[in-house]
Write a protein that binds this ligand. Sequence first.
Ligand code: ADP
Length: 254
Amino acid sequence: MHPALEFEDVSFSYHTINGEVPAINHISFTVKKGEFISIVGPSGCGKSTLMSLICGLITPESGHISIDGMPLGSQTSKIGYMLQKDYLFEWRTVYDNVKLGLEIHRLDPKESNIDTMLENYALKDFTDAKPSELSGGMRQRAALIRTLALEPEILLLDEPFSALDYQTRLEVGGDIANIIKHEHKTAILVTHDISEAISLSERVLVFSARPATIKASIDITFPDECKTSMDKRNSAKFQNYFKLIWEELTNETK
Ligand code: ADP
């Protein structure tokens, strides 16, 4: 089986009037189908550039990116996004927001799985509500269902929880990660929050300062009894992972 995503020796620089700004430097990594990985790195290191490369907004200067074994751009495979802001339209009901992507693509919501998802993810009773009536967590779930309705193969999560208050953020992060697992999606989360990366993902890639290189790829595993992200945060392994990632991030000479 091909990996969901593969970067092979990818480099990218911005060209400005003040010269070249190398952003990504010979990066190689793969993401397996159904895997949830996080990317952490210093601000300005090239994380957004990496996301832009994956969604084809910019193309590598050298190296190759493939999705499901095919060069990026050569297939109809879809990338879904979750951003910091949920971009729900306040004048539309939850249902009308959730079906928006389908509407734009002229697809019939009745033939989609949105009703099942609204039911599974505790929004069925709110289909006629306006987004302003929902909690922060419910809004993010609605935004995720809207994205999943288009059946993306890879989900890019760009700091999707950073606008939420701390407590909501903990709950919503766990909820969203569970939904993504349940729907068997491949996900790439960019976050500044080391704890979030450890508690939600199966692997953390640590990027160096610009131009980004991969300093470490750390597999995250917890004992079976650690089911929720809070269980993980309270386990002894969590502190070890945190220390390991912190050391990688702060040791720039390595
Ligand atoms: P991050 O998301 O990790 O904060 P970015 O990928 O946004 O980092 O940016 C990486 C580097 O590239 C930064 O130094 C940034 O200033 C530079 N950069 C980003 N976009 C542009 C652009 N359009 N033109 C020139 N330089 C850019």
